[in-house]
Design a protein around this ligand. Sequence first.
Ligand code: SF4
Ligand code: MG
Length: 314
Amino acid sequence: NGLKKYFPITGGLFGRKQGEVKAVDDVSFYVKKGETLGIVGESGCGKSTTGRLLMRLIEASEGKVVFEDKEITSMSKAELRKIRRDIQMVFQDPYASLNPRHSIEQILEEPLIVHGIGTKEERKKQVREMLEVVGLSSYHAKRYPHQFSGGQRQRIGIAKALMTKPKLIIADEPVSALDVSIQAQVLNLMKDIQKEFQLTYIFIAHDLGVVRHISDRVGVMYLGRLIELADSEELYENSYHPYTKALLSAVPIPDPDIEKKTILIEGEIPSPANPPAGCAFHTRCSHVMDICKTTRPAEQDINGHFVACHLYNK
Ligand code: SF4
Ligand code: MG
């Protein structure tokens, strides 16, 4: 609710603060139990920062994060440690998040040790079971991360996230680094385990195509702001925001009979250190009006479809 993350820009001889990057600038949304919320945007739009703010891997400058009636943003360190059993993250690059000197068994056992779960024997058993869940075998337990392919490493990353039996998984571009053929396998695995473990997902991606089939609702971010959020089907069939429309026009359709006109977005994405006034998209929008240059558009709720654009002011 009202999440903000401003990073100071320092420079000069004395490292004085010279400005700030508004990486996340007043973002609000909810996620329902058991659903998948996709969050999409170009690199630098603040989607990863938002994901990290949610579980307080970084601290918010302002705003609140509430999980099952508990306010994460005001928790003590001890409470936070406990809640991290329930909320886990899967990262884009599993290689960076898996200790290369630890065997898969050690890697998967670690979250259980951290949270004081089970006896040594129970933990070993759970590691072996989890390897099967993600489509690997218990004979992989003694191997090391470098002995696996990218897709297998992401399966290990997912297994690690599942070890504490979390309720919510925040996946930050979990398939972006993988070959397209492998992406579908990992997405299917994530869908299967969502059902099996009754998980809630926040699925971050830079590509609307990737989140389409896994998300119940999708939000689109631009320069630190959430500019549109709707049910998945609604967003793909009937988007409102000019930026979303342009992004969607660039997603390839597999049917060669459907012709689609790509809407080009003019110009470069502005620097988040110096975002345009008013609507952050106004420097690139073909529908720009005077008000767009001065006034930040308020979020409008059109039958549960949220959009922040002056074209839809009530
Ligand atoms: Fe375009 Fe104005 Fe809407 Fe921004 S508010 S997307 S500039 S029409
Ligand atoms: Mg990112």
